[in-house]
Structure formats: C-alpha cells, structure tokens
Design a protein around this ligand. Structure first.
Ligand code: AMP
Ligand code: ZN
Ligand code: FE
Ligand code: FE
Length: 280
C-alpha cells in the first residue's frame, strides 16, 4: 500500500476500459485516490463513454474528474496525439464525430486481424472484441490476444515485433490530421494540448501550425521524457504561449506508461488550462 500512496495530486492523461485501458472508469478513479491523485483527466481515445461513471466515482471519493479525450493522428508528422480537455459528454455533434473515429479504429483492427491470420497468427476478431469489452479498439487489444496465445513473450514485446509499424501486420491509422484534431476539440469548446510530443516527427515545424489552429497546451511532463525533453517542451511552451500540461498515460496494461500520479504536474496548470477555454 505504501508504494500506492506516493502519487502527485494532478494527472491529466489516463485511459480506462472504455478505450484501451484495463480498468473500468470507477476502478481507475479508486486507484487514483489510492495514489493520492485529486484531479484526474479521463482521456480515453475517441470516446467520452467513461466520463459519467468516473465523475460519479470521483464525487464519492473526492477526486475531480475532467472530461477529456485523446485523438490519435498518424501522418507524415509521425504520431501527433491531441488531448482535448473540458469537453461535454452530452455534445451530440461531438459524439457523432467520435463515433466516426471509433468506426475507423474498428475497421483498422479488423484489417490487422486479417493480416495476422494470413501471417499464421490464429487470433480471432471475436476474442479481440471480448478483450476490449466494448472499448474503443486499438493495438493494445491485439497485443493481449497475441500474448494469451503465446505468440509474444510479453505484452510490450508485441509492439516491438508483430504489431510494430514495420511489421507486415501493421495497418496505418486513417482519420484526422493533427490540425483537424485541434480544430475538432476547439469547435466543441475544449482546450487542446499536444500529447507526448516526442512521438511527433518535425515537432518544431508542426507546432506553429497547430498553435494557429488553436492549440493551447503541450504535454511537457510525461513519464518517458528525459529532463532534456521536458526542458525542450517548456521552451516551446514559452515560445508559443502554450500551457505545459502533463500526465501518466496510465493504461493498466503491461508496463507501458507510468502509474497514476507518477508525473509531477504544477498546481497552477488547471487554472491556466481553464483560462484557455473560449467563451461559448
Ligand atoms: P494504436 O492507437 O492502436 O496504434 O495503439 C496505440 C496504443 O498502443 C497506445 O495508446 C499505447 O496504449 C499502446 N502502445 C504503443 N506502443 C506501446 C509499447 N511499446 N508498449 C506498450 N503499449 C504500447
Ligand atoms: Zn492508449
Ligand atoms: Fe497517445
Ligand atoms: Fe494516451
């Protein structure tokens, strides 16, 4: 229990079973409490389906849950993932766009299952869907399916081998461009921040374009960042007047990401992010 209670109070990046995390939203909030997190953004990929459950659990446990989503884009800019904060789970037009993105996720995973089968890995779409339990589909669900069949030695190992971008089983994501992701969040009253900027190819060139589209933050504090990477992000934040944000990217699957509250996020971050909301 001791090691569970050493987290920092703010975590602005976490996933539940509603996308590719392992824990139901309420259990995620319970774990956040045990880790002494008091403000948690639930940032499931392309869905807000977990927000109501997480908010209810947070009300019981004294955790403020911020409604968020993470929009993954894959393009010549590498992986540019956009976190959108303070969005409304009751926004029907937004939900329609997110549903469209989830359809694309599902199609891509179906195609990857077909390719895996052609390559001799006998995993079924039915099993992958069971593992996902209705969550927005992603490679983590394929990794679980490959692991339980013994095709990979570990969950993480799947991403370096059979599910890697260089693998014949890999199917690229189609969906939004980085600028469209920023615009989608802004159109629906949210505040966009660039997640784990280290996965972007050509960050210094892309960032001004994203800022012009409405980007408000940059995830400077992240488990996999070296001190140099954090400093680089803080410098970019100052140059472009962006709020430095941060979070664990906790998924509860394998060792990827870090535990809830494991990344320090300055207390003034929430107020700074809130000040970037545009009046309705
Ligand atoms: P996808 O969006 O379907 O391509 O999958 C991306 C997700 O896979 C991320 O959100 C992570 O949860 C997970 N992921 C990516 N790389 C790794 C890795 N090396 N080890 C474990 N999980 C990973
Ligand atoms: Zn994920
Ligand atoms: Fe991401
Ligand atoms: Fe994430």
């Amino acid at each position: 229990m001791d090691s569970l209670s050493i987290g920092y109070p703010i975590d602005l990046h976490a996933h539940s079973l509603r996308s590719d995390g392992a824990l139901p939203p309420a259990d995620l909030v319970t774990r956040a409490t045990a880790r002494s997190v008091r403000i948690l953004a639930l940032s499931d990929h392309d869905t807000l389906a977990g927000v109501a459950e997480a908010v209810a659990a947070g009300a019981e446990l004294g955790v403020r849950v911020i409604a968020a989503t993470e929009l993954n884009t894959e393009s010549e800019w590498g992986d540019a993932h956009v976190l959108g904060y303070f969005i409304d789970p009751a926004d029907a037009a937004l939900e329609e766009r997110l549903r469209w993105l989830r359809t694309k996720r599902a199609r891509r995973i179906e195609l990857m299952v077909e390719r895996l089968n052609q390559l001799g890995y006998a995993i079924s779409l039915e099993r992958v869907l069971e593992i996902a339990q209705g969550g927005a589909l992603g490679r983590p669900h394929l990794a679980e399916a490959l692991l339980e069949k013994g095709y990979v030695p570990s969950y993480e190992g799947a991403f370096d081998t059979i599910l890697a971008k260089s693998s014949p089983a890999y199917v690229a994501r189609v969906g939004l461009t980085p600028l469209e992701a920023v615009e989608l969040v802004r159109t629906h009253g949210g505040v966009p921040s660039l997640a784990h900027p280290g996965t972007v190819v050509g960050l210094e060139a892309l960032l001004p374009k994203m800022v012009a589209a409405g980007l408000a933050g940059i995830e400077a504090y992240y488990g996999e960042h070296s001190p140099e990477m954090t400093e680089r992000c803080l410098t970019l934040a100052r140059a472009h007047d962006l709020v430095p944000t941060g979070g664990s990217d906790f998924h509860g699957r394998g060792e990827h990401g870090v535990d809830l509250g494991a990344v320090f996020v300055p207390p003034e971050t929430i107020e700074m992010l809130e000040s970037r909301r545009e009046p309705a």
